[in-house]
Structures are given as structure tokens and as C-alpha cells.
Write a protein that binds this ligand. Structure first.
Ligand SMILES: [Zn+2]
Length: 230
């Protein structure tokens, strides 16, 4: 299982980031691990006024700062389970565009996240912690893909899209299916998101090569652009 995880981690890293990976860009596992550590630290801080932040944010230092050294290995394992199912989403749901916010499936992707949050909480309330970790890993993957597979960052946004986790809020300005979102270059190969799409702040995402309709952007093009700003 451990070696499979290492292998999968490596594969996903290669698939997503080899194109234009910047030195400071992070993959799914790294983003997820940092988020868990930060949130755990903040929760602990809110519970204990005398909590002293560790100098280094890793499992060992955080467990020590929380005075929970005896739970360090459980904490480590819990994080690994979440990371594993995050990574597995690219394999288990490789043919399901809305799990990755591909093909402009914003409504469907959001539904996965909001339903997934409820499922995770319900599983925690029933002490089904590994099921909850699995679901959390999956929805974090989809959430992260929103930023790497859509043009959210290119549109100039510097804040997260709150509509992704808020049922009462609509995803802002998604492109409709007939809107051409991609420039054509002279060779007839679609190269980049159209300037006026960015100026009018229309949200679009990449299409998989199989399902790529004319005038829409190919997935790897958007991903490579996004990596520049991650
Ligand atoms: Zn994905």
C-alpha cells in the first residue's frame, strides 16, 4: 500500500505538472497536507490560548505543540489516508469530468463538493472515520482541480471561489456551451483562452481531448497556464 501510494504520487505529479511546473508550484498531495496541518493548528489555537505555534509545520512538531505526541503516528496515518484518496480520484474517476471540473461542469462539480461535505460530517458523527477521510480526500481533489483546470486565476481572482462550498451561492458567470472560449491559431490548433473571455470574466474550464468541442479549450492548455500562477 505504501509503495503503491509513492508510485501513484509520482505518477500524478508527472501527469499534472511536467508541462510548465514552476519551482514553487505544488501538487495535490502537498497542498492537501499543508492545508490539514494549517487547519489543525488553527483549531488547536482557537481551543487553547496558551498554545505555542511550532516553528516548523510538520506532523511531529504539531503533535508536540498540541501535547499529543502519543497520537503522532495516528495523525500521520490519517493524513496519508486523505492524501491517498485525493490522488486516487484521478484514477478511480478518470472518465468522470465533473470530478475534475473538466468540460465546464461547474454545477455538477460543486454538487460533488457540497454533498461530499455533508457525507463527511455524517460519517464522522457515526464514528466512520476512515470513510470520512476517504470522502474528504476526494472532495479536496475536486476543489483543487477547480483552480488548476479552470481560468479562475487567469481572470485575476486572488480569493477562493466561495460558491464552491456554499449551496446558496451560484458559481459566478460560467460560460455557456455555445460560447467560444478559445483562440484559434493559424494552424487550426486551439491555443489559449480568448482575451475577451478573460476581460468579461467568463468562467471556463478545459475539455478532455476526447470530448473537446470546437471553440473550447483543451484541458492540458489550461492546466499549463494555471501552473504558471500557482
Ligand atoms: Zn483531477
Amino acid at each position: 500500500m505504501r509503495s503503491l501510494f509513492v508510485l501513484l504520487s509520482f505518477l500524478i505529479g508527472v501527469q499534472n505538472f511536467y508541462i510548465l511546473r514552476k519551482d514553487n508550484s505544488k501538487n495535490h498531495q502537498e497542498i492537501t497536507r499543508i492545508a490539514i496541518l494549517r487547519v489543525t493548528k488553527e483549531v488547536r489555537k482557537s481551543m487553547d490560548r496558551r498554545f505555542q505555534e511550532p516553528n516548523k509545520l510538520d506532523v511531529k512538531s504539531l503533535a508536540r505543540a498540541c501535547k499529543k505526541q502519543e497520537h503522532e503516528s495516528h495523525f500521520q496515518r490519517g493524513i496519508r489516508v486523505i492524501l491517498y484518496y485525493n490522488v486516487m480520484t484521478d484514477l478511480t474517476y478518470s472518465a468522470s469530468p465533473h470530478h475534475h471540473f473538466d468540460n465546464e461542469m461547474f454545477k455538477e462539480g460543486k454538487e460533488l463538493i457540497t454533498k461530499g461535505i455533508h457525507t463527511t460530517i455524517d460519517q464522522m458523527n457515526r464514528n466512520l472515520f476512515d470513510d470520512a477521510r476517504k470522502k474528504l480526500g476526494e472532495i479536496m481533489h475536486t476543489l483543487q482541480d477547480f483552480y488548476s483546470h479552470s481560468n479562475w486565476i487567469e481572470m485575476g481572482n486572488t480569493e477562493p471561489c466561495t460558491a464552491l462550498i456554499n449551496s446558496d451561492e451560484n458559481i459566478p458567470n460560467p460560460a455557456d456551451k455555445n460560447t467560444k472560449t478559445c483562440e484559434d491559431n493559424p494552424d487550426g490548433v486551439d491555443l489559449k483562452v480568448k482575451k475577451d473571455i478573460l476581460e468579461r470574466k467568463i468562467l471556463t474550464s478545459g475539455y478532455t481531448r476526447k470530448s473537446n468541442p470546437k471553440g473550447k479549450t483543451l484541458n492540458h492548455i489550461i492546466q499549463s497556464l494555471q501552473m504558471l500562477v500557482c
